[in-house]
Write a protein that binds this ligand. Structure first.
Ligand SMILES: Nc1ncnc2c1ncn2[C@@H]1O[C@H](COP(=O)(O)OP(=O)(O)OP(=O)(O)O)[C@@H](O)[C@H]1O
Ligand SMILES: [Mg+2]
Length: 229
């Protein structure tokens, strides 16, 4: 941990091309600071830019202008390899559509970030079992992900995002496909990890119960971030 904020966004803008010569501005000069152990819900109507913000926070997309510092490091200035390494080691991402590797089993999917980080296969295997048990999938380790239910696939995606204990967890509707009781278990797990290891969490959600569990709630109005209550 350090005294630098984990994330600091400064005058950041993002637009997309719509037709030749015309762009829509989604984020207009936003500012955002996240500290260790912060938890933030991003809420609001479809199409306002929630996933866009999350993709930029995860460095999966680049802004048109503005800067983002991760513990003081200007991340979009890093070269390709250093940015990939930063992403692997510091950020866990649960996508709106889970992006699992269909031809692999649950445990193989979850081991992947550990193998990419260069750790030994045996170590990856042990860690993957632990985290899959924690999301309630200890009995589905060797299932191919295509044979899992939607909610199970989403929990595999969550386990994959959490396995390296990232400093920053980004989740886009992580419990959208889950029944109420499984959803609640996952919410509880997220809060435990947030408190246990001061993992900073940013969650896009339409679920008011989940949003209420976060320390802060923001929405996006005409491209500007608005902090709620
Ligand atoms: N690659 C792209 N090219 C053009 N327009 C895009 C692109 N990605 C997103 N958009 C547009 O930008 C706007 C914001 O999209 P975004 O996915 O961030 O919305 P959202 O708030 O996450 O919505 P939802 O709740 O439906 O997931 C939308 O109007 C979308 O159509
Ligand atoms: Mg979205």
């Amino acid at each position: 941990m350090s005294d630098q904020p984990i994330v600091q966004i400064d005058a950041l803008s993002k637009s997309y091309p719509v037709t030749a010569g015309r762009r829509i501005e989604i984020l207009k000069g936003i500012e955002l600071t996240l500290t260790d152990g912060d938890s933030l819900a991003v809420v609001g109507a479809s199409g306002i830019g929630k996933s866009t913000l999350l993709q930029i926070l995860g460095t999966l997309d680049r802004p048109d202008s503005g800067r983002m510092f991760f513990r003081g490091i200007d991340v979009f200035k890093l070269n390709h390899d250093r940015l990939a390494k930063f992403r692997n080691q510091s950020v866990g991402f649960v996508f709106q559509f889970h992006h699992l590797l269909a031809e692999f089993t649950a445990i193989e999917n979850v081991m992947m970030p550990v193998l990419i980080s260069g750790e030994h296969r045996d170590q990856a295997h042990v860690k993957a079992i632990q985290i899959l048990e924690r999301v309630g999938l200890g009995h589905r380790l060797e299932h191919r992900v295509t044979d899992l239910s939607g909610g199970e696939q989403q929990r595999v995606a969550l386990a994959r995002a959490l396995i390296l204990r990232p400093a920053l967890l980004l989740a886009d509707e992580p419990t959208g496909n889950l029944d109420k009781s499984t959803g609640r278990q996952i919410h509880k797990l997220l809060l435990e990890l947030n408190q246990e290891m001061q993992m900073t969490i940013v969650i896009v959600t339409h679920n008011p119960d989940l949003a209420a569990l976060m320390a802060r709630r923001i929405t996006i109005v005409d491209g500007a971030l608005v902090e709620l209550n």
